[in-house]
Design a protein around this ligand. Structure first.
Ligand SMILES: NC(=O)c1ccc[n+]([C@@H]2O[C@H](COP(=O)([O-])OP(=O)(O)OC[C@H]3O[C@@H](n4cnc5c(N)ncnc54)[C@H](O)[C@@H]3O)[C@@H](O)[C@H]2O)c1
Length: 432
């Protein structure tokens, strides 16, 4: 089938390549010229496992073309995916500017029947709003259908999730569009949930809200473990053995970040407010997370009282491993607190360099992992990158001024820490 994806970010690019791999002819559009220039040359613009291979394969097999020409993208395909950003506004509502811009472009260039598919995470009622917008721009209903098809992929496992998703959700209000979407996804062999557009839009928020709640829940249990001498990892394991609960999203730590959970939980509260529904659970999920992400600072100040002038190492900047995304990463909140407390910050991340250097010129960015520990009074681990778990703790200790680790992701085996004689605080390992 002929598919255009508008917006080549974390979601759009993966979807475009995914549909290419599934034998469709794809045009991947973005208004960012630099991105398109690099993609045309086969240069991955984000870090994601397998991205370079899929990019190379789709280009070689002529399954994908990259373009900044939105008119061409709209005219030459029958299915137009919208995968642009929907960032939060200051008040927590969703900024729909990018989506509206694409709809205006579609209305300008549409020349025959198209299925317009919204993949961006958008407030409930957006499908109807998009239809109204197209009608208001003079496009009559026989020229288009609008479908809601939210995306559930996780950065770091994006292709795995895209191809093997637990479910494909399609919110439709026309049998013709349902048929087109069914055909597009036929060879994915995944469960498809067909529903109305409002429900599809809400499924995305319900899903992210629930997962975020699971994380905040286990983090509160972890905080209690720290007080009572409990072991949150045993609790997560025991909970996860219960099939009704599932073991996923039960890792205690310094909370969730990234471009989805923080913004989608806030948006869900706002959507609830609009319809008179007070989302107490989600509000608490957000509050718990806001406190959780700076728990290392609480532990650090408890230990030292004053950290001004001390070198503090921050290990891991991305909100999770396997990505280069630092949006809403707990590490960023920790760095801000360290700066506020006048510590000298040294940081390291295997995937992030330039972005953080531009944002925080006052912090020292190390290209070598072990250099990060030189003369440091504390190493705070914020992301569970695999290379951290393999660290030589004796070498780390020898470099540090005062050997203290705050393990925000419960990365280290406590027996190894004990052998190296390093002072150690973790999350919910109150038995230590
Ligand atoms: N990142 C994730 O893990 C994830 C997962 C599921 C759903 N989502 C949702 O998917 C959507 C996209 O997220 P993302 O992380 O890929 O965003 P992103 O910011 O990485 O990418 C958006 C892209 O759209 C482009 N763009 C913006 N306006 C455009 C226009 N008018 N024409 C052409 N291109 C335009 C931007 O240049 C950018 O490259 C959001 O609604 C997000 O909530 C994201």
């Amino acid at each position: 089938m002929k598919v255009t994806v508008i917006g080549s970010g974390y979601v759009g690019l993966i979807a475009a390549l995914g549909f290419g791999i599934k034998n469709n002819k794809v045009i991947c559009v973005d208004k960012n010229k630099e991105k398109i220039k690099n993609l045309k040359k086969g240069i991955p613009i984000i870090y994601e496992k397998e991205l370079d291979n899929y990019l190379k394969k789709c280009i070689e097999d002529k399954k994908i073309t990259f373009s900044t020409d939105i008119k061409k993208g709209i005219r030459e395909s029958n299915i137009i995916f919208i995968a642009v950003g929907t960032p939060p506004l200051n008040n927590g509502e969703v900024d729909m500017t990018q989506v509206k811009e694409v709809i205006r472009d579609i209305s300008k260039y549409i020349n025959e029947y198209k299925v317009v598919v919204n993949k961006s995470t958008v407030p409930i009622g957006t499908q109807k709003y998009m239809k109204r917008m197209l009608n208001n721009e003079g496009i009559s209903n026989e020229y288009f259908d609008v479908v809601s098809n939210p995306e559930f992929l996780r950065e770091g496992k994006a292709f795995e999730d895209f191809f093997n998703t637990d479910r494909i959700v399609i919110g439709y209000d026309s049998e013709k569009a349902k048929g087109v979407m069914g055909k597009l996804y036929k060879n994915f062999n995944r469960k498809i949930v067909y529903t109305n557009p409002e429900t599809a839009e809400l499924i995305k928020y319900a899903s992210n809200g629930f997962l975020a709640t699971k994380i905040s829940f286990i983090n509160e249990i972890a905080n209690l473990c720290d007080e009572i001498g409990g072991n949150v990892e045993d609790i997560s394991y025991a909970l996860g053995l219960d099939k009704r609960i599932s073991p996923l999203f039960l890792n205690a730590g310094i909370g969730f970040g990234g471009s989805c959970f923080p913004k989608d939980t806030k948006a869900l509260v706002k959507i609830g407010e609009k319809y008179g529904v007070d989302f107490n659970i989600i509000k608490s999920t957000i509050n718990v997370n806001n406190k959780q992400r700076i728990i290392p600072i609480k532990k650090l100040l408890n230990y030292y009282k004053d950290i001004s002038g001390k070198i503090i190492s921050v290990l891991g900047l991305t909100f999770k491993p396997g990505t280069d995304d630092i949006r809403e990463s707990p590490a960023i909140y920790i760095i801000n607190e360290l700066i506020k407390n006048k510590a000298k910050v040294k940081c390291y991340d295997p995937n992030v360099s330039k972005t953080i250097k531009d944002k925080y010129p006052q912090i020292e960015y190390c290209n070598n992992l072990y250099d990060t520990f030189t003369n440091s009074s504390c190493a705070i681990f914020c992301t569970e990158w695999e290379e951290f778990s393999k660290l030589d703790l004796f070498k780390l200790k020898a470099k540090m001024k005062e050997p203290l680790i705050i393990d925000g992701r419960n990365i280290f085996n406590y027996e190894h820490i004990k052998k190296a004689k390093i002072k150690y605080f973790a999350i919910g390992r109150g038995y230590i």
